[in-house]
Design a protein around this ligand. Structure first.
Ligand code: GDP
Ligand code: GDP
Length: 436
C-alpha cells in the first residue's frame, strides 16, 4: 500500500514543527522508540477523514554548513521530490517576507499541488492579515494557529482533495514487494542493477501511474516481485541525498511499501552507528528483514572471516536475531543468486499462518518445561494463544494479568514458536491480553 505523502515547507520559525506535531498527534509517542527518528522527528503518519498519509517536516532536515537560503531551497526541493501535496507555511504575524517569496518561486516550478497556510492567526480579528498572502500565487491562503489548533481541519480538507488516486498505485496481493535500505555508498544501486541483470530475471514494465515509475517490477521463476522506490536509490548527485536524515526518510518510505527489507551493509567499512539506526526501522515497522553484507569481494578473508563478521553483526543488531545474513558482491555477482530465493522464503514466513491447536500445544509444552514467572507472589497464567494476523505474524496471548508477562518470558515463548514454525526473517509480535 502506498500512502500519500505530504511535506511541510517554509522558512524557520513560522511554526512548521508545531503544525507537524499537531497533525501527527498522539501517534508520536507510539513511534518514539524508532531509532534515528526519536529526536527531531521529521517523518510521521497523519489521518484525516479516514485517509492515512505520511507527513514530512522538511524544516528538520539540515544540510551541513550550507548558508541559510541554500538550506531552505534544498528543503523545498526535497518536498517537491518526495511529496504528493506540499503545505507551505507562512506567518500572519510577519506578513509576506522575501524568504517566503523565494520558497514560493521554487515551488512554482514543480507541478505539485501547494496548499498555503498562514500560521499564527491565533484569533478571528487577525484574519484580515491573510489577504496579502494571495500575492504568493497559491490561491486561497488558509488561516491557522498551530499553537491553538485552529483552522487545521479546513487546511487538511484541502490537502486531502489533492491526493492521487490511491488504488492505481497498489500491486496485487501475490506480488512480493521489497526494498534495499542502508546508508549512502554501501552499494544499494549496484545491487539493484545486479539483481535486475541476473539471468532468469525478466524485467516487466507494468504500465502504472507516475508514482509507480519509481518501482522496478520483475519476474523470477514465475513469481512476481517489485523493488520499491528504486528511483530514489538510483538517482544520484544531489547534495542533500547524502545527509543522514534524508537517507532515513527515504528508508522509511521504502519500508512502508515493502513486505521484505534488505538492510545493506558495506563489508569494507564495517558497521557504524548509522547502520544500526537504519536497521532498526524495518524491525519496528514489522517487515521481513534480510541483512545483506555487500562488497564481500573487497576484503581479505580466510575461512574464519565470515563467521567473525556474522558474530559482529549479531552483537550489534541484537534485535534482528531472526534475520538471515547473506554475504554478496554486487561487483562479482558472488552468491547473488541466493538473494531472490531468500526474499521469497522470508516473504512466505512474513505471511505465514499457523494452526491454532498446534500453536497451543507448543505453548503448553513450553510452559511445562519452563514454568511461568511470578511477581509479588502472583503467578502468570497462560490460558490460550491465537494468531490474529500476518505481516508480521501477530499472536494474542490470553493470560490472567498482562503485567506478569515480562520481557524475558515473552522472549522465551517467542523462541519456542520460532523453533516450532520457523519464521526465519520475520519479526513476530505477542500481545498479552487479560481474560476474565
Ligand atoms: P519552525 O521553525 O517553522 O518549525 O517553527 P516552530 O514550530 O518551531 O515554531 C516557532 C515558534 O513559533 C515557536 O516559538 C512556536 O511556539 C511559535 N508558534 C508556532 N505556532 C504558533 C501559532 O499558531 N501562534 C503563535 N502565536 N505562535 C506559534
Ligand atoms: P549506494 O549509494 O548504496 O546506492 O551505493 P552504490 O551502488 O552507488 O555503490 C557505491 C560504491 O561502491 C560504488 O563506487 C560502487 O562501484 C561500489 N560497489 C558497489 N558494490 C560493490 C561490490 O560488491 N564490491 C565492490 N568492491 N565495490 C562495490
Amino acid at each position: 500500500m502506498s500512502m500519500p505523502v505530504v511535506a511541510i515547507v517554509g522558512r524557520p520559525n513560522v511554526g512548521k514543527s508545531t503544525i507537524f506535531n499537531r497533525i501527527v498527534g498522539e501517534r508520536i509517542s507510539i513511534e518514539e522508540d524508532v531509532p534515528g527518528v526519536t529526536r527531531d522527528r521529521i517523518y510521521g503518519k497523519g489521518e484525516w477523514l479516514n485517509v492515512e498519509f505520511n507527513i514530512i517536516d522538511t524544516g528538520g532536515i539540515d544540510i551541513g554548513d550550507e548558508p541559510f537560503l541554500e538550506q531552505i531551497r534544498w528543503q523545498a526541493q526535497i518536498a517537491i521530490d518526495e511529496a504528493d501535496v506540499i503545505i507551505m507555511i507562512t506567518s500572519g504575524r510577519d506578513g509576506v517576507t522575501a524568504t517566503d517569496e523565494e520558497v514560493a518561486k521554487i515551488l512554482y516550478r514543480s507541478k505539485k499541488p501547494v496548499v498555503l497556510a498562514v500560521n499564527k492567526v491565533d484569533n478571528p480579528e487577525m484574519r484580515d492579515q491573510i489577504y496579502d498572502f494571495y500575492s504568493l500565487g497559491f490561491g486561497d491562503p488558509f488561516p491557522i494557529s498551530g499553537s491553538h489548533g485552529l483552522g487545521l481541519g479546513d487546511l487538511l480538507d484541502e490537502v486531502v482533495k489533492h491526493f492521487p488516486n490511491k488504488a492505481d498505485a497498489d500491486y496485487d496481493e501475490d506480488v512480493i514487494k521489497f526494498s534495499l535500505i542502508g546508508r549512502p555508498n554501501v552499494g544499494k544501486s549496484s545491487l539493484v542493477n545486479a539483481i535486475l541483470g541476473e539471468e532468469r530475471v525478466i524485467v516487466s514494465d507494468i504500465a502504472g501511474t507516475t508514482r509507480d515509475a519509481v518501482d522496478s517490477p520483475y519476474t523470477y521463476e514465475g513469481q512476481n516481485y517489485v523493488i520499491m522506490d528504486t528511483a530514489g536509490i538510483r538517482k544520484k548527485g544531489k547534495v542533500y541525498e547524502s545527509t543522514e536524515k534524508y537517507s532515513v526518510l527515504r528508508a522509511l518510505r521504502a519500508i512502508e511499501r515493502s513486505d521484505v527489507v534488505l538492510v545493506v551493509i558495506d563489508a569494507e567499512e564495517g558497521i557504524i552507528e548509522q547502520d544500526k539506526r537504519i536497521a532498526g526501522l524495518p524491525h519496528e515497522a514489522g517487515r521481513g528483514v534480510i541483512i545483506v553484507v555487500n562488497k564481500w569481494d573487497a576484503i581479505e578473508k580466510d575461512e574464519k572471516t565470515m563467521n567473525e563478521f556474522e558474530k559482529k553483526i549479531r552483537n550489534q543488531f541484537l534485535f534482528l536475531d531472526y534475520a538471515p545474513i547473506i554475504f554478496v558482491s554486487a561487483k562479482t555477482k558472488k552468491r547473488l543468486h541466493t538473494l531472490i530465493p531468500m526474499i521469497k522464503l522470508v516473504s512466505e514466513n512474513h505471511s505465514l499462518r499457523v494452526q491454532t491447536n498446534v500453536l497451543n500445544d507448543v505453548i503448553m509444552d513450553a510452559v511445562a518445561m519452563n514454568p511461568t514467572p511470578t511477581d509479588k507472589g502472583k503467578r502468570l497464567k497462560i490460558y490460550y494463544i491465537t494468531q490474529v494476523s500476518v505481516k508480521p505474524p501477530t499472536f494474542v496471548l490470553f493470560v490472567n494479568d498482562p503485567e506478569l508477562l515480562h520481557f524475558s518470558y515473552e522472549r522465551f515463548l517467542e523462541n519456542r514458536i520460532r523453533d516450532a514454525f520457523g519464521f526465519l526473517g520475520t519479526p513476530i509480535r505477542i500481545i498479552p491480553r487479560a481474560r476474565k
